[in-house]
Write a protein that binds this ligand. Sequence first.
Ligand code: ZN
Ligand code: ZN
Length: 349
Amino acid sequence: MKAARLHSAGIITVDEVDRPVAGPGDIVIKVRAASICGTDRRIAANGHFKLPEGTPRVLGHEFAGDIVSAGDEVSGYAVGDRVSVTPNVGCGRCASCLVGLNNMCPSYEAFGITMDGGFQEYVLIPRFAIERGNVFHLPDTVDYAEAALVEPLSCCYNAISKLGIGPETTVLVMGAGPIGACHVMLSKLYGAAKVIVSNNRQARLDFAGSVGADVLVNLGERELASVVAEETSGRGVDVALTCVSKPEVQAEAVDLLAMHGRVNFFAGLGKAQRVPVDTNRVHYQGLTMTGTTGSSNSDYAASLRLVGQGRLNLSPLVTETFTLDDIEKAMDYAGSGAGMKAMILFDSK
Ligand SMILES: [Zn+2]
Ligand SMILES: [Zn+2]
């Protein structure tokens, strides 16, 4: 079978490898769709602290497919089932895992980092990932590509569900890539009064507008602070989400909050750096600063339900499809900022 393997920084080749074989407690999934995430690009470029140098690794943590083999000891899953998989498998017994936060487990394993992921024709799902609840049956209404996108959606759900968005909330989404678009869709689903989106690419802003954003701010043309002042009668926004890896965006988000406003620092900054934030505003305006990373299996289950019920439509996020042989083109597209999501589709044979 074909597998796109990362050999060392920047070197991904499509190799012919043996098809994985399910042990008694494992399943093998024939991948049908796998989307490319910024995290895949970062790991491809810089490696990952959990990935030893010199170990070839199949990236890809947003994928869905069909079960094509299941060991004798597997229960609840059978050949032919349509499934998706969440990437982070918790240890099952640390303080985070015990409260259901497998995404915060300090000794997690992950598809696409410590285990081979979705950029290959068949992927082995070991017993411990099945037993810890990382394999989800797809509703009939959700196709494979959409199912792959439930993973990034669930990371946004993790952030949004804690920000107290309701019918009188004004939300500012800073950054209009696929993640920004998911935040727009979720904010509207939570009933936000107004969603403002900022970005410097008009095409991305237009996409955000097509999924429900009310105010589009092209940063090349308008100053964000003055638009926010205008749109909120000088109050500021109730909720801000930073979806750009820039320290100045994080600092600005705090400056733009209304009294009792909440910010979620969604995009990480990569290299650790300290950001000067106006803590006097945090104090006197009663602001709340939050951050989230990844999603728990519970966030994922909720997100999959929303998509399955047709309350969110992720399909428009797929703006270009590729075959596995074109993985490099797909990675480049994902990094170009030209469209939204690059999706690798596999044939059904
Ligand atoms: Zn991702
Ligand atoms: Zn754990």
